[in-house]
Design a protein around this ligand. Structure first.
Ligand code: DON
Length: 558
């Protein structure tokens, strides 16, 4: 079943004059806006937003997961914070392989073996301590989340969809109701999906968040929360240990910066693949525009060019990217070079697409688990942040007495290069599972600058569709000049090199569909949504903040 992009509706965007927050749940946008109104900066507000998302979007993100955060501070260079989970030091790749040497189905997706060391709290508190204003305290920024956790969470469409997904999983394995009873008893009604308006108790998060407010990072390094997470993962067969939590290091990385006309597009470097893929595609489009005119929305030739550029970039992603390392850094430099953009463009045939192998070779043989938010403050500072537990409700482990859901980020690693992950992505040994490493990610927080000022802040959830959805929002807004709410609601296309097919929104025009078919592409309707974008764009002297109409977020600000 394909899902159409929803038309933009008035309550998913707002024009604001001083500051703005766009998260995929209204309570989280409001938490950020409250901190801004109290004099906090964009980072303080981002941290408040993300802690609140942990309460209200447990299917998507939270304290048992991880994230990336891009920060633009007026007058300073941009900062990329990497707080991606690491594979537990004691985990072994063999644990995921059956006797036939092939991956055991589900081993990287469900239960303790799927869990990488959670690092969300470490990342958020690192951001707050280093880049917060100092005008609001740790307790202040966590307080809105605690208030929200004290009230029942009212199931909205997205929570119900997630509940339906885990009920469907019961059909495949009825034993899940026993193995993951904490989660099923909270997020289903006796194995039946929640209905809109049903209340979910999140009060155990009150104590969890209070411990973090009082103890800071130590609150997840040892003591009750660390014990509970380690015990829950181990009882479910995982290798998570206290040392993984204690020794976790947040990394500050150099963002990928691409000049694009009068703009600078700031993207996330490895272990994200989003910045490198986006930079390569934008450079190809810029070179093409110089000779043939600007990229256009709703135009078959432009759609074909975009797909071709994306196919090359995803093929390069598959064969070259993984956790940050010397060889990966070298290949990112190559992927994002002018020379590579020229190669891609000289291989471009405006009349047809090519077979998979033309774009690359691997030397060896649906949307829920992520949430994106954007913040701008009254001084022009901006944050673009993406948080994840990977798939819907992560590993399905709800840690008893804490409200924390443990991620299943191990599935983002390659266990066997011939076996695609849950998103159908194939990758090389550069992303091979290994203790202590961070899995390659598609999360693509982005900030577009013009003359040193934030012009557009964007990002998405939706696995690899994150990259295309964020990229297309940027193109629609800054190249085609669409209003930002229209840019977020516009039809999207996605290609990830393998499998060799384009996913299209059902609202894609007949001309574009026909133009792509004529050029030899295989097209399919999205088997779900084309990702969920949150974005804030400059508008006159203020901002327009937009939440993807399909996930149901609402912006907040003044
Ligand atoms: O980091 C990644 O690429 C994935 N863990 C993202 C998963 C995701 O976006 C799920 N859907 N919303």
């Amino acid at each position: 079943m394909g899902t159409a992009r929803q038309p933009s509706s008035a309550d998913c965007w707002r024009d604001l004059s001083r500051f703005a927050v766009a998260a995929d749940h209204e309570a989280a946008s409001r938490a950020g806006a409250e901190i801004l109104a109290r004099g906090g900066n964009a980072v303080d507000a981002a941290v408040a937003t993300s802690f609140t998302l942990a309460v209200v979007r447990p299917q998507s993100c939270g304290l048992g997961g991880s994230g990336f955060m891009l920060i633009h501070r007026m007058g300073h260079g941009p900062i990329a914070l990497d707080f991606r989970e690491t594979a537990p030091a004691a985990a072994l790749r063999e644990r995921y392989l059956g006797e036939n040497g092939r991956p055991i189905p589900g081993a990287t997706r469900f239960g303790g073996g799927a869990v990488a060391a959670p690092s969300q709290v470490q990342g958020l508190l690192h951001a707050l301590e280093r880049y917060g204003s100092g005008r609001v305290s740790r307790r202040d920024v966590i307080a809105p989340a605690i208030r929200v956790a004290a009230e029942p969470l009212i199931a909205d469409r997205h929570v119900c969809r997630a509940s339906r997904e885990i009920c469907d999983e019961l059909t495949a394995d009825p034993d899940f109701a026993r193995r993951f009873s904490e989660l099923y008893s909270r997020f289903t009604r006796d194995g039946k999906p929640l209905d809109p308006g049903d209340a979910v108790d999140r009060r155990d998060m009150v104590e969890t968040l209070t411990i973090i407010a009082e103890r800071g990072i130590d609150g997840v390094r040892d003591g009750r929360l660390a014990d509970a997470m380690v015990q829950a993962a181990q009882q479910s067969g995982g290798a998570l240990r206290h040392a993984d939590l204690r020794e976790y290091q947040v990394r500050e990385r150099d963002p990928i910066v691409t000049r694009f006309g009068p703009f600078e597009v700031i993207g996330m470097p490895p272990p994200s693949s989003g910045g490198a893929v986006t930079a390569q595609v934008l450079q190809v489009l810029a070179l093409h525009a110089a000779e043939h005119g600007a990229w256009r929305a709703n135009d078959p030739a432009s759609a074909h060019l975009l797909v071709e550029a994306i196919k090359h970039a995803f093929a390069d992603r598959a064969s070259r990217l993984g956790d940050d390392a010397e060889d990966v850094r070298r290949d990112v430099a190559w992927m994002t070079s002018q020379q590579r953009a020229r190669q891609v463009l000289s291989a471009f045939d405006p009349t047809r697409t090519r077979p998979t192998d033309f774009y690359g070779k691997l030397a060896t043989p649906e949307d829920s688990g992520t949430s994106h938010y954007c913040v701008v403050d009254g001084e022009g500072n901006a944050v673009s942040g993406t948080d994840t537990v990977n798939l819907t409700f992560g590993s399905l482990i709800l840690v008893p007495g804490t409200g924390i859901i443990l991620n299943n980020e191990i599935d983002d690693f390659v266990i066997d290069p011939e076996t695609p992950n849950a998103f159908g992505l194939r990758e090389s040994p550069r992303n091979l599972f290994s203790p202590g490493r961070r899995p390659l990610s598609s999360m693509s927080p982005a900030i577009v600058l013009r003359d040193g000022r934030a012009e557009l802040i964007a990002g998405a959830s939706g696995g690899p569709r994150i990259i295309s959805a964020t990229l297309e929002t940027i193109l629609y807004a800054i190249v085609c000049g669409m209003d930002l709410d229209d840019a977020v609601a516009a039809p999207r296309l996605h290609h990830q090199w393998l499998p060799d097919e384009i996913w299209l929104s059902r609202t894609t025009s007949r001309d574009v569909v026909a133009g792509l078919l004529d050029r030899g592409h295989t097209v399919r309707w999205y088997p779900g949504t084309g990702g969920h974008v949150q974005a804030i764009g400059r508008r006159g002297d203020g901002w327009r903040a937009v939440c993807d109409p399909d996930k149901g977020g609402r912006p907040a600000g003044e």
